[in-house]
Design a protein around this ligand. Sequence first.
Ligand SMILES: [Cu+2]
Length: 454
Amino acid sequence: MVKRITRRGFFASTAAALATSAAAAKAYAQGGEAETTKRAIEKGLTKESAEIVEPVLPLELDGNVYQLKSSDDLSPLPMNPAEDTFPRVDYKKSYSMPPSTMGRQMGQVQTIGQPSMGYEMDGNVKVFTLIAQPVETEITYGFTKETYKIIDESGDYSAFKYRPTASKKLLGWGFNGICPGPTLEAYEGDRVRIIVKNELPQPTSIHWHGFMIPFAQDGATGYYPWNAAKPILPGQSHTYEFTLHQSGTLMYHSGFNVLIQEGMGLGGMFIVHPKRPENKIDCDVAILLQQWNFFPGNAAPNLMSMQAKIATFNGKTMPTLPMINCKQGDRVRLRFGNLSLLAHPIHIHGYDFEIVGTTGGPIPKSARYRESTITIEPGQSRDVEFVAWNPGTWRLHCHVLHHTVNMMPNAPMGIMPPEGMFTYVNVKPSDPNYDVKSLNAPWKFEGDSWTDIR
Ligand SMILES: [Cu+2]
């Protein structure tokens, strides 16, 4: 019964620092205890941490017993082994490598946790390539007892300080080897061409979410005769081309069999910068909000459930998701796009921000307001801006707190460290001697309120 996918996400395997611990955990999970312990040690773990044994769980499903070693070692179980033939992935098929534009940083936006993607020029047209394909990636790498401590050694809770967990693997659908897909970036007025190749086991198409483009380019396909276009059949390609007559934080996602295909992760962000930007942005960050559900130990999303249990920023959670790094004084723009099925109130510590943009572009100045929490409804995007005047490693997270801990089956004594929609905005102090943990504030009031400093 146990099948294994050997093709790992291309970029997951090149994210060197984080991949080391994941590779060790994976090597460890693959059985042959002494051998894997040896390999894990070679990968940089101590013998002690390599020896954490994850429980062996027998799972009974429709009369079949599946022997599970750890979620890192699991094949995706079909939802109903007897009847479900939904072809999530063809184990014998090989998939295209990402196009050469992957990994190129040609704009200003960082999609934390994901590689950037560039374009090629054909005359005055920016040409992007998206290969829709099954993608194996990790939402969260496993912890070992060395790398995770809830409370410091000296604390009263030292008995609970270790939280060894299995990693959470995702066998989803994405683009160019990553899930969600890469962020596309262009300028208002640009002519863009997007070549989409379908390597999925079912037809697909891309809907350009929020774009004011000709009907035939909309990418909502299938079912009815009044749809302007047919979906892209497996193995075929399709080219979209349009001019960008707007700016804003836009998105793209599947336009065929949408609930299933978006549930598998087929989406991404498409940022269109205005011709004349209002401010120079020093730190421009894109965060796509998604949610997933899994049967226990299953890497393929459970598409029949309406209870999304794992929430992610850019397909990842803490501690796998990197934090946002900037310097004191930087102007920071955070762009949130929501392709999940629930609303997410995203909250920042230490700051308030101005809500400056939506999928429809910049908000008129007279309509802007300040908040420290912004709710992004399904299908919406919101841009917020602030000047990073307050040094520290500040939390940035969804305030529906279930979305910041995920399922946490291994949380010891109910102490739940952050996962889910959670990261940090790390604002480095401009004075290198300033200790962010000191009790003295790094600023002086010159007026009566914060308004005067920010
Ligand atoms: Cu949320």
